[in-house]
Design a protein around this ligand. Structure first.
Ligand SMILES: Cc1cc2nc3c(=O)[nH]c(=O)nc-3n(C[C@H](O)[C@H](O)[C@H](O)COP(=O)(O)O)c2cc1C
Length: 207
């Protein structure tokens, strides 16, 4: 299968369709961006489709470890207030507390993504890997649908208040809080270094 596709790409005639190019475009278009319209709702059906797409991610031992929580409307302010309380208790400055209160209002929909614990440390780590793969799959789907997205982490990930707000279990790991919304601008361009890659073994081009 893979060899067949590769041959097709390598031998594509001018004007013929490169089967990888549309996915390549989506992957390159996916950016972390908060330049979204907070007042333009994302349809529930679209969010549900994106979550179903996310759940196609590979997961070792078929543990299906992901847990999604869709946070919209006033619940975004409730979440911000909960996390602001953490900062008040940690004696953080008022500016930081105020920012926490309003930060989730920047997008019309937030998705908290949790990972279930496994039977042992290895399974828990692999579950988390699978959830990260699911998040990226969701972000690529969002990009394909024309949405802007932003994966955030930080102190909120270990907040008991966040876990309780999301009805996650004590043993779950929170892997991200995703902002989703319709774009109102583009993020600044990003320079990506060439990824390190090394061919080990005989080259297919010089047998
Ligand atoms: C696990 C993970 C956690 C992240 N957490 C944050 C975050 O808390 N705040 C933030 O500004 N960006 C966060 N990002 C986004 C990265 O900063 C972003 O992916 C990086 O700058 C590359 O930009 P791009 O996503 O537009 O390609 C996170 C990304 C990942 C994969």
């Amino acid at each position: 299968m893979i060899v067949g596709s590769t041959v097709l790409i390598m031998t594509a005639q001018a004007g013929s369709i490169d089967p990888l190019s549309s996915f390549e475009t989506i992957a390159a278009q996916r950016r972390s961006s908060l330049r979204v319209d907070p007042d333009n709702a994302v349809p529930d059906e679209l969010i549900d489709r994106l979550i179903a797409i996310a759940a196609t991610a590979p997961n070792h031992k078929r543990t299906f470890p992901w847990r999604f929580r869709i946070i919209t409307g006033d619940a975004r302010a409730d979440l911000g207030n909960a996390l602001a309380q953490d900062l008040i208790e940690a004696s953080q400055p008022a500016t930081k507390v105020d920012k926490a209160r309003s930060k989730y209002l920047r997008a019309p929909v937030m998705i908290a993504v949790g990972s279930r614990a496994g039977d042992d440390a290895t399974m828990s780590a692999e579950n988390r890997d699978a959830v990260s793969a699911a998040i990226q799959t969701l972000l690529l789907g969002a990009t394909a649908a024309g949405l802007a997205s932003y994966w955030s982490t930080g102190a909120a990930m270990t907040s008991t208040r966040l876990r309780e707000f999301c009805r996650f279990d004590e043993t779950d790991t929170v892997v991200g809080l995703l902002y989703l919304g319709w774009p109102i601008g583009d993020p600044p361009a990003i320079e990506r270094p060439q990824p390190e890659s090394l061919r080990i073994g005989s080259s297919t081009q010089n047998p």
